[in-house]
Write a protein that binds this ligand. Structure first.
Ligand code: ADP
Ligand code: MG
Ligand code: MG
Length: 199
């Protein structure tokens, strides 16, 4: 079973990899965006870590809803409300129990990803974070390591796609040949699950 500590570790592991990869995320956002994705998420996940330390939420659902709220209020840019919605909706689906099973987490994440698709209007294949998140959720039944591999594959698979949502879509065909920054950061978020689990 996964408790509030697991979810805190998930958020801090993600925050650490965002710190490590911030320059790369911003570099990916340069040819097909406005070169701020790394700094956006760095600001957001620093706020998440600080708030989780201060407020010490004691259920999985509360950890994620608090983290989501922080992302929405600190990240200017499309990714803030989208990641914020992902975490808040996932947290809401987990309810207020002290421990959740992996199956329950997979279901809740599915609800979170659906909410991101509703908010942003992106479908798989539109070259967004959805292209990493949907395969990850699909693979979650096989464990966190499978979900991580699926998310990484999904991020790489955005390279030949033409963007249909977000800033990159303004480039039309010129968005082809570049890896989507949001799909790349989504793979970091999913990798954080495996790390929180000691994998
Ligand atoms: P901005 O584009 O506002 O500067 P970021 O650079 O932080 O925001 O985030 C860009 C990423 O957000 C993109 O790489 C893409 O993955 C994701 N994104 C943008 N618009 C959407 C959308 N409508 N649905 C899903 N993801 C989106
Ligand atoms: Mg940007
Ligand atoms: Mg921006």
């Amino acid at each position: 079973m996964l408790d509030a500590d697991f979810f805190r570790r998930w958020m801090t592991a993600t925050a650490a990899s965002v710190e490590r990869e911030a320059e790369r995320l911003t570099a990916l956002d340069s040819p097909i965006g406005d070169a701020d994705h790394g700094s956006n998420l760095q600001r957001g996940f620093r706020a998440v870590t600080a708030t989780l330390e201060k407020e010490a939420p004691d259920t999985p659902g509360a950890v994620l809803t608090l983290a989501g709220r922080q992302l929405i209020s600190t990240v200017g840019g499309a990714s803030g409300p989208l990641y914020g919605t992902l975490l808040r909706r996932t947290g809401k689906a987990l309810g207020d129990t002290a421990e959740v099973g992996e199956e329950q987490l997979a279901e809740a994440l599915r609800a979170g990803v659906d909410a991101v698709m509703t908010l942003g209007g992106a479908a798989p294949g539109d070259k967004t974070m959805i292209d990493a998140l949907v395969p990850a959720v699909d693979a979650l039944g096989d464990g966190f390591a499978s979900a991580r591999a699926a998310a990484e594959q999904g991020a790489l698979a955005t390279i030949p796609l033409q963007a249909r949502k977000g800033r990159a879509s303004y480039l039309g065909e010129r968005s082809i040949g570049h890896q989507d920054p949001g799909a790349t950061s989504s793979a970091l978020l999913i990798a954080g699950l495996a790390e929180a689990n000691g994998e």
